[in-house]
Design a protein around this ligand. Structure first.
Ligand code: GDP
Ligand code: IMO
Ligand code: MG
Length: 428
């Protein structure tokens, strides 16, 4: 049976959590393959309960579905344990969780460095979530990282921590004038977490490989999104991992030949949190409509999201880079009540029309959207469940997105709930 990848097509917060949850009943494993608790995935279950997940895959809310934290994730153990406790308090059983031995740990020096480096960058800051993501991945690539498996060997854990803090404490103290971090305190804290995490730690690569051989279905749930990808996104205004479909193989150990479907989630408009170029960003009443009606406030940091029109150049790019087979377009309901719903079809860059993602970041910073204006609709569409029930202009809007984006639109979100969708083609 197949492995399916689910990714964000824009700059994050497209509704990946909702769509993953929607598929939860039809899959056996849901795997996070990159990122960490910089993610915030909101799920509203059929009983109206709202959950904000940061590290746990959204499949955790479906009984029977096994949630997996893959090797490509960076894990802050304190956050993970408090997320598990929070779910347990609400009666959600997450004891099926599996955590890869090879996932890297977010350490106190990562969080400290994330914050001081952002402050140091001043107006050039990236606007990170401050969760230590960049420094943790930096240490991983520099081969100074501490992994989940090191929690199982106290001697090794201490040795690695001493080594890495020898350098990081110099940096914290001498460059940034911060207090050095105490090795003993961190060892004590983290070995405490080790006791609680031990039952979940597993060879997830092997388990997923065997599951696929046994005809199970594995859903690889991306965090962040295509344009936040460290290789394919708007560098340097990106996260430090590979949210794109290729990253799903690296971050889980599931081979590319097993993947036969890539679902991209895109909002019916665009949002972005943090700094960086955003050609269709709005600073007018329409932007306020999207912010207020869409409730565009970050799930992780509570920051206001920047809002703008749908960008078909971005969607086409996401379709190409990820090999998208199906788009799910979310939050179409938020556009109700707008007189016009423009779609960006191309850019004008230094006087020339450009139809695809520009080759350089400088050009992308200069990109001005070329819009095609579609007529809006007034009706509340949140009760629509079939395409025929949608107002004609809403239908035309989705059809135009499909034509411009290079893959079929299989489902359309009309509300945050699990069943608030118009399904055009069954997803699985
Ligand atoms: P993620 O990070 O991609 O999982 O997305 P977030 O959870 O950060 O943000 C998406 C927000 O939109 C959440 O509050 C969802 O509950 C909500 N949402 C998802 N799909 C829809 C939809 O079709 N309509 C509406 N109105 N809200 C949606
Ligand atoms: P989900 O999974 C939206 C953004 C941050 C910042 C940049 C780098 O909910 O879609 P980082 O802390 O990762 O080093 O920050 O990436 N960012 C997100 N924006 N949704 C997310 O996750 C994000 N995760 C990181 O705002 O601009
Ligand atoms: Mg989010």
């Amino acid at each position: 049976m197949p492995a399916i990848v689910l990714i964000g097509a824009q700059w994050g917060d497209e509704g990946k959590g909702k769509v993953t949850d929607l598929l939860g009943e039809r899959v056996d494993y849901v795997v996070r393959y990159q990122g960490g608790n910089n993610a915030g995935h909101t799920v509203v279950t059929p009983d109206g309960q709202k959950y904000a997940l940061h590290l746990l895959p959204s499949g955790v809310l479906t009984p029977g579905c096994v949630p997996v934290i893959g090797n490509g994730v960076v894990v802050d153990p304190k956050v993970l344990l408090s997320e598990l406790d929070g779910l347990a308090e609400r009666g959600v059983d997450a004891t099926r969780l599996l955590i890869s031995t090879d996932a890297h740990l977010i350490m106190p020096h990562h969080r400290a460095l994330d914050r001081v480096v952002e402050r140091y960058l001043g107006s050039s800051r990236i606007g990170t979530t401050g969760r230590g993501i960049g420094p943790a991945y930096g240490d991983k690539i520099a081969r100074m990282g501490i992994r989940v498996q090191d929690l199982l060997d106290p001697g090794i854990f201490r040795k690695k921590l001493e080594l890495v803090l020898r350098e990081k404490n110099q940096i914290l103290f001498k460059v940034y004038n911060r207090k050095p971090i105490d090795v003993d305190a961190v060892v004590e804290e983290y070995l405490g977490y080790a006791e609680r995490l031990r039952p979940y730690i597993a060879d997830t690569r092997l388990i997923l490989g065997k599951a696929l051989e046994a005809d199970k279905t594995v859903l690889l749930e991306g965090a962040q999104a295509t344009l936040l990808d460290v290789d394919h996104g708007t560098y340097p205004f990106v996260t430090s991992s590979n949210p794109t479909a290729g990253g799903a193989c690296v971050g889980s150990g599931v081979p590319p030949t097993r993947i036969n479907q890539v679902i991209a989630v895109a909002k019916a408009y665009t949002t972005r949190v943090g700094s960086g170029p955003f050609p269709t960003e709005l600073f007018d009443a329409n932007g306020q409509h999207l912010l207020k009606v869409g409730g565009e406030y970050g799930t992780t940091t509570g920051r206001e999201r920047r809002c703008g029109w749908f960008d078909a150049v971005v969607a086409r790019y996401a379709a190409r880079v990820n090999g998208v087979t199906d788009f799910v377009v979310t939050k179409l309901d938020v556009l109700s009540g707008l007189e016009k719903v423009p779609i960006c079809v191309a850019y004008e860059i230094d006087g020339e029309r450009v139809d695809e993602m520009p080759m350089t970041q400088t050009a992308f910073h200069h990109a001005k959207p070329i819009y095609e204006e579609l007529p809006g609709w007034d009706e509340d569409i949140s009760k629509c469940r079939t395409e025929a029930e949608l107002p004609e202009n809403a239908r035309r809007y989705i059809e135009r997105i499909e034509e411009l984006s290079g893959a079929r639109v299989s489902a359309v979100g009309v509300g945050p709930g699990r069943d608030e969708n118009v399904v055009r083609h069954p997803l699985l």
